[in-house]
Design a protein around this ligand. Sequence first.
Ligand code: GLY
Ligand code: MN
Ligand code: MN
Length: 461
Amino acid sequence: MSTTLYAERRARVARALGPDGIALIPTAPERPRNRDSDFLYRHDSYFYYLSGFTEPNAWLVITGDGRSTLFCAPKDLEREIWDGYRLGPQAAPAALGVDAAHAIGELDDRMPRLLENRDAVWFPFAIHDGLEAQVAGWLARVRARVRFGALCPQQQRDLCGVLDEMRLVKDAHEQDLMRRAAAISARAHVRAMRTSARMLRDGLDVREYHLDAELLHEFRLGGSQYPAYGSIVAAGANACVLHYRADAAPVRPGELVLIDAGCELDGYASDITRTFPADGRFTGAQRALYELVLASQDAAVAATRSGARFTDPHDATVAVLAQGLLDLGLLDPDKVGSAQDVIERRAYFQFYMHRTGHWLGMDVHDCGSYVEPGEAAEASERKDPLSGETIRNRPSRILRPGMVLTIEPGLYVRPGEGVPEAFHNLGIRIEDDAIVTEGGCELITRDVPVRPDEIEALMRG
Ligand code: GLY
Ligand code: MN
Ligand code: MN
């Protein structure tokens, strides 16, 4: 592992702190699942971004003079026999490029001295349970030494803002990892599609968990550590439940399957949704609705480029969906008016109730402000036509090369008054991951087909 990358990131943080600042970044705790079993461990994303270190029980301290100190689990033969290898503080400076390292047990003793004579202490706010109280305890101990000449930090500042801005634009190393994660996930979707068609051709009882198993198989085969989030494998009407999880419902010929699943590779997420006919052939109504979602995604992709606003792909999606919902008879122009009225009154919300994308990175819903920082003060107010609530609009983020976002329009048709029966219980989402480039965007998830004819061809094979 190259340590330069992480050292450069720490140096950027040090510059942001100012010469007398100090930053404290703990990794994630281990979490009990039941009795003496823990959930599979996942490091904290901020901590990993600055250290490349995946062990639990670790803290990173960065000071404004550019020095970094790691606290980590000490070598312990007995614990390592049970729980596995530990890097240990002696080997950490050479392995991770930090300036110093100590055993985690020394954190409480050393921290007041590290905090002494600094003007500001930075740490991630509202992320780690108990961190605020822990910092307050250390500061109280610094204060107890002021009569010996110690200066106590006057300010506590949120480190998230600094790190979020850094993480929002992915460097070449991150983009490469995200392309690889996306490629593995695309293969997993292909495998699930093929399995669905093959098992139904063979007359087998196909369940959502069979397709989930295919996803997991391909994730692990590709070297991914785990899914980036709980996989959604939703057969038939289950696709209309936005946060459905892979369960045991039957996958029936003639119905659609919506799979929203992506792997995490070396700390980076991918996030793909495909909706396909369980047996490999779209019906007329399914295809018509699918083509509409796809056209709205095409419009969103065309609107994704450096210089555009984060909301532009969403607005492009909604424009296509509004007209399409009228054309397909899902919305009645006598009741909702023109496509422009549908947009202004948010009448499409009955069928499309989420945004068209989010930042993607180490976290599937990655950090990063959706407001353009230099324009945050330019707020305008409007009344939401559905809820009546006052909404404050601030200028949306301007897209820059290296930002990564999902593009994921959908339509979810629950039975209701005036809703044509042919569309009842169809839930369709199409989601791809895009790296913003100068002239447009690079879709990194297109190794799994998205056009209906290509999906049908794949599933026949
Ligand atoms: N899979 C989570 C999302 O699409 O936002
Ligand atoms: Mn997503
Ligand atoms: Mn998704």
